[in-house]
Write a protein that binds this ligand. Structure first.
Ligand code: 6PG
Length: 256
């Protein structure tokens, strides 16, 4: 059974605070329940404030850092120290400030050839979740590659992760992660596929700003057009989908 919830906050600051608290609550729930919390982070600017709040008291003190495993939903094809790197953003905002064991951080090796980077990331995901299934004694197949949480953003063009309108990755239903050529940037990105994201137990979108309002209405209230609005492809089969948005981004929604 899957659920979909839309939560609207007055400001980007309130959105970041509620997102940080929600992240902390889920982390506790999964660590208590299964000993581990597996989360795929998104890139872009919106999650940065949430990550920074997690690195500060009081949340910093209560988080089960040693039981959290960090992955990424997508990455730009740059070195990890490059200013455009999603890994670098998360590392500067959070991971370099909290006691997460290095072996719990599974970044996308996006400095490699794009296809090789995607394959290596897939291999590390399969290896991790199979080991996880063995250590928690759960049936491998049903649990393979089920993130506890996938964090996502949405671009003004309706893309999410690096699933951009009209790109090949939208068709890659049998893959875990792929290299995706994005014409408008004339470069590749590495991204989890919609199939992998939809297999997660929880998926949370963070979206803020008036520049997303029209697209958000089309994504949430318009006809299903995934080639134009890839964010519409995100419909977890057996998970909870939560949209956390600010008032500016929600301004065109029929229900506010
Ligand atoms: C990326 C992201 C991307 C992002 C959206 C929204 O690597 O850029 O993963 O999908 O979430 O572009 O970005 P903002 O939060 O900056 O609006």
């Amino acid at each position: 059974m899957s659920t979909k919830t839309i939560r609207i906050y007055e400001s980007p600051e309130e959105l970041a605070l509620k997102a940080a608290r929600g992240f902390a609550r889920l982390a506790d729930q999964y660590v208590v329940g299964s000993g581990r919390f597996t989360v795929a982070l998104s890139g872009g600017s919106t999650p940065k404030a949430m990550l920074s709040l997690l690195a500060e008291p009081p949340l910093r003190e209560t988080m089960p850092w040693s039981s959290i495993c960090f992955f990424w939903g997508d990455e730009r094809c740059v070195r990890p120290d490059h200013q455009d790197s999603n890994y670098r953003m998360a590392s500067e905002a959070l991971l370099s400030k909290v006691p997460v064991p290095p072996e719990n951080i599974f970044r996308i090796p996006a400095e490699l050839d794009p296809d090789r980077a995607a394959q290596q990331y897939e291999t590390s995901l399969i290896g991790f979740f199979l080991k996880d299934a063995k250590s928690t004694g759960t049936a491998p197949l049903s649990n393979v590659r089920r993130f506890a949480l996938v964090m996502l953003g949405m671009g003004p063009d309706g893309h999410t992760a690096s699933l951009f309108p009209g790109t090949k990755a939208l068709e890659a239903t049998d893959r875990i992660a792929v290299a995706n050529y994005v014409e408008k940037f004339k470069t590749h990105r590495i991204t989890l596929t919609a199939t992998t994201i939809n297999n997660a137990r929880n998926v949370t979108f963070l979206a803020a700003g008036a520049d997303k309002a029209e697209t958000l209405r089309n994504v949430l209230e318009g006809p299903y057009q995934p080639q134009i609005y890839p964010s519409q492809m995100i419909r977890p089969g057996h998970g909870a989908l939560v949209w956390m948005i600010d008032r500016a981004a929600a301004q065109s929604l029929s229900e506010q």
